[in-house]
Design a protein around this ligand. Sequence first.
Ligand code: SF4
Length: 209
Amino acid sequence: MIPIRAIQHYAYCPHRWGLLYQEGMWAENAFTVQGDLLHERVHREKLLAKSGAGLSFGGMSLYSGTRGIYGKADLIELVRDRDGVSIAGLPGRYLVRLIEYKPTSPKTEVHPADRLQVYAQYCCARELFGERVEAYFYFADTRRRIALSFGDEDEAVLLRVLEEIRTAQENGGIPPIRIQKGCSGCSMADRCMPRVSGIGVRDAIRGCL
Ligand code: SF4
């Protein structure tokens, strides 16, 4: 089983994924701390709210047996809906809303790695709850929610990334550095030092041995 967090890290940068999951490294920066604090708040309790309109749960575990992935949803809202799905242990029928919290809204468009993260959660939620699932980002800085819709391309990307991760796990080692715009916000930049001749510090040191 592959954690959805690892899928997001791999899609952001395979080298970063390798440092985190193959080498067990971790480094924080302002972005990771901001994200952790936000998620800590929504994951603190399971049942966050209950009203006539429905219920909300924080930190609900999700998994997909068919894809071999698992993770947690920041927020799941079960909205009463007569066309919705039945949920074990609850009366009535519900529309399931999956909400992923992000500290800041993107300047242009949502990062593909974040979109893939939510698509993976969405696949799990559909497998667990059925067809009536909606997915959203919630941006804490603007307090805005945006709806996502997914298609065949998202499925193809997820399957490709899962295959790449499984191959990388089997082969061991760390995928090559991929210099990109995201390097400036990457918490592993000091360890990776992507601009040292475009190769990692480890590789640079290995090359001197
Ligand atoms: S600094 Fe850039 S190349 Fe290095 S791990 Fe981070 S995103 Fe990847």
